[in-house]
Design a protein around this ligand. Sequence first.
Ligand code: ADP
Ligand code: ZN
Ligand code: ZN
Length: 740
Amino acid sequence: MLSPTLINCASMPQSKPILKVAVPTPLRRSFDYLVGHHPVPPIGCRVRVSFGRQQLVGMVVAHTETSSTPQNKLKPILEAIDSEPLLPNHLFNLLVWAADYYMHPIGDVFTTCLPSLLNKGEPAELEPEYCWQLTEAGETAFPDLNKNAVKQHKILLWAIDHQGIIQASDLEQLELIPSQLKPLIEKGWLQKEAIKPTPTSHTQISRALDLNPEQRHAVESMQKSIGQFQGFLLDGVTGSGKTEVYLQLIEKVLTNQQQVLVLVPEIGLTPQTVQRFKRRFDCDIAMLHSGLTDRQRLNIWLKAKQGLTSIIIGTRSSLFTPFANLGLIVVDEEHDVSYKQQEGFRYSARDLAILRARDEQAPVVLGSATPSMESMHNVNQAKLIHLTLRKRAANAKPPHIKVLDIRQRHLNNGLSQPLLENMQHHLDNGNQCLVFLNRRGFAPSLMCHGCGWIADCQRCDKHMTLHLQQKRLHCHHCDKQVFMPKQCPECGASDLFPVGLGTERLEQALIKAFPKKKVVRIDRDSTRRKQAMQDYVTAIKNNEVDILVGTQMLAKGHHFPNLTMVAVVDIDGCLFSADFRATERTAQLLTQVAGRAGRADQPGEVVIQTHHPEHPLLLNLFTQDYQSLSQQILAEREAGMLPPYASMALFRAEATTLQYPMEFLKEVSQSLRQIAGLDCFGPFPAPMAKRAGKMRAQLLCQAQQRGLIQRALKSVISNIEQLPSSRKVRWSIDIDPQDP
Ligand code: ADP
Ligand code: ZN
Ligand code: ZN
């Protein structure tokens, strides 16, 4: 008699499922593989597969019984890397959903969202962290150390000063790498010991502030939602104490034994932010930033997943950190454009944060002094609960705002006399002034007096910015840099002069205008050095600086108690723009910059120079508040059927000549136009048609309903991928684009 199992095997040659595997390729699909002799990897596990001539690490996204690929063409996987799913279920599902919604290749979505060591196939195992303990022999040896053994002296001294222990995190301060401790271990002076990770239980260390009534109302409302999903918009003017509200809410979530994710804009991730959290809570707080090594990043990721880290603070991509028990997501400065990734997988971390909170049954708080129109709209639709903080905390008064008409006035390097007098007044009182200009470099271009030649970037439709200090011309769009020419390349004249105003030039003008005052410039150029920003901030707080010149790096999140005046030198360029988001962006920028003036008990003053004092935006912004202005902007968007009252998708394509992207996008628009209810605009050359040597075009699709765009694009996407004209271009889809 045959045993039943044998009969089964005979009738079913393949009892193992076929694996659908997401591999990092530009194709919007997964690929089928056989399990082979490996144990069946569950959905959500990584596998190594051969793909063409390569070996790639992919992610199992589904099991299936049948494949459209003939059985004899299917290849077995090479290795099953994980035996358990790498991501918690709902996070895995969110990524699959996002790949579909943003119409991005799913393999690339995983690669973008996972730590790079996991993409390389490294095991998802926490590497133990080590510390080094001073031995008795080390302690005895210290007094007799040879004077020349400087490094060893430094190491032992540190250990003696720190209860005999050197932590891994101390090494950076000691300017050492772990291998440099080896000789001391060999001598028996130090002992390397693994630290066993333990879940941190938090205790509050510094005392919470007494909340004012608005803050208390906010914390109490949000607290009720701990353990369930609810979205909040914390709409609070600068200095109203939003961060204090986050901290007190976080404390409640930690007490509930849950973890917290805090997202901050790229520019907002300062050591100051983290210090504020560390001072308040004695628990494991990790900061995810670009300076981490791959191993550090993976360890933080794994610790969060295992519940060993209580708070993660990070930029956009931190949203994809797995948590054992996530209890709250905070999106600080939710209006910030850096939450939208602008290349590759073009997701919005703010939008996905709301979905993630829903899946994790946790509250999500979007905070801003200048909320985005999308969030205001969600408030109007009752999708977010609106909590407002109208008063500045600690009784600080709102700044006084003055629009300064500079028509027909003489400008010295962009500065008018009344502006300088105004600054003088504040400086005389021993206060600080901030001079804001959103353009770095010395001047936005260089021109020849002899023939009118202007320094253009060869690879972009833009001028090159003059950086006088470095004696270079720099294209801020493609990063091309050349030495500053001494003579005109056209006519040979040596009479070249800078045109326009940048922060470097403004800095020089201010040094001349206020020779006795200390001026510092803060922009991307002056803060390249790792510690630079921190050093500037400390100097400003210690009152070692009188005048700050800078770009929007200064417009965010800093508290300078002695800063009483903000001067906005040139806003006119922002008032007239074809982009329908320009009003929103300018209103946000001006409100944010203005918010730097007058904190603590010093009243502030904001002076805005303009040639258009009657411009409605300027009039409205300062006769009303941002909130009523945003309702006005929303009304205009509704009338024009623009987002958030419509949905958009943008196709971009580029090649060495404009012809190819235009041809490709024309075919895309032809296949889309037949779909009812969908409007297609273009193809047009992009606003900056030439960039980094490539010619670019775009096609805008718009519909009243999100669902319609999704259905329309999905019905044509595989056709588009196979168009012969698509092979001649690099192309992408941007769902909910931020800069059409
Ligand atoms: P925001 O994040 O809204 O800009 P912050 O939370 O940074 O505001 O608060 C601004 C300043 O006011 C900080 O110096 C903070 O310590 C202080 N502050 C906040 N809340 C209170 C409060 N309830 N009582 C006293 N000071 C407060
Ligand atoms: Zn010339
Ligand atoms: Zn360029």
